[in-house]
Design a protein around this ligand. Sequence first.
Ligand code: NDP
Length: 312
Amino acid sequence: MPGHALLFHSVWDDPDAWRRALAARFPGIELRVWPDVGDRQDIAYAFVENLPAGELAKLPNLKAILSPGAGVDHLFRDPALPRHIPMVKVVQERMTRGIVQYVVLHVLRHHRHMPAYQAQQRECLWQELKQPGAWDRRVGVMGLGTLGRASVKALADLGFQVAGWSRTRKRIKGVETFAGAGEFAAFLGRSEILVCLLALTPETAGIVNARTIAMLPAGASFVNLARGRHVVEADLLAALDSGHLSHATLDVFNQEPLPPASRFWSHPRVTVTPHRAGNSDRLAIIDQMLDAVERLESGRTLRHSVNARHGY
Ligand code: NDP
């Protein structure tokens, strides 16, 4: 029967764990783990991350591409991506909550000078640092999608002066919003703590670079939990070395796992976490994908679909 199997590939995850979870939730579907594709005509759904370029275009009966994560830049890196096929990304309350917790934790940590106090503790140094109130602290979040919007709301609830920047104009109560390239400099110029929650596209790759970092107020700090490729890492290190940036908290990197030789590991102004800001749950992701498959099979509108024109 053509179109009855699901192709799985991820460089991060254990295929056997997915196989067990899929079997529990998707009893009717046959799982093929790339590169053991078998007859390509059988593949109806591709549940894939970082599949080698050109592979999806070889599947003649493909009905949908399911991304096991919220970011879909891995799909758009493929020049032969069949853009007419519906694509679905992960949108989950549990993931959103995990991201919001990470943002709040690290914005508060920067706001309350925790990296500096930890350094002072190592020197047995009892010294107060000037502490502004949250209402005097300007936090800026790049990206106001599912995760950025939830984050700015939580930060505004804590009393921060919050701004958000996105491609298209947004209106969010208690949040100053900026849109498009023309308003980026003004957004950066007021952001003492900058958080990146952008989608990674050709327009946003390398958006945190020497020129844009220089627009941030002196002593600003940076939290990146979107994608490593948003950042020109050498420029970020130079800004941390010079002290223009006081601290960076990084969950994502150009190369993951972060190589042992990376200066980020030992830099005194850097906090590294291993791409775990979002708190994804395998069975919940599969349930979302099952819902997508059921919707497609019954001709209903897909939820959380990717816009192929925008690339996210
Ligand atoms: P969404 O697709 O919902 O939102 C993306 C946001 O980026 C939108 O607000 C969009 O603007 C904005 N954007 C895209 N292009 C531009 C541009 N050229 N200029 C300005 N803004 C732009 O993404 P999510 O909220 O789901 O995810 C955000 C990021 O978080 C992704 O990079 C994802 O990979 C990452 N992520 C990281 C995790 C981790 O564990 N570290 C876990 C989950 C996600 P507009 O609203 O106008 O369209």
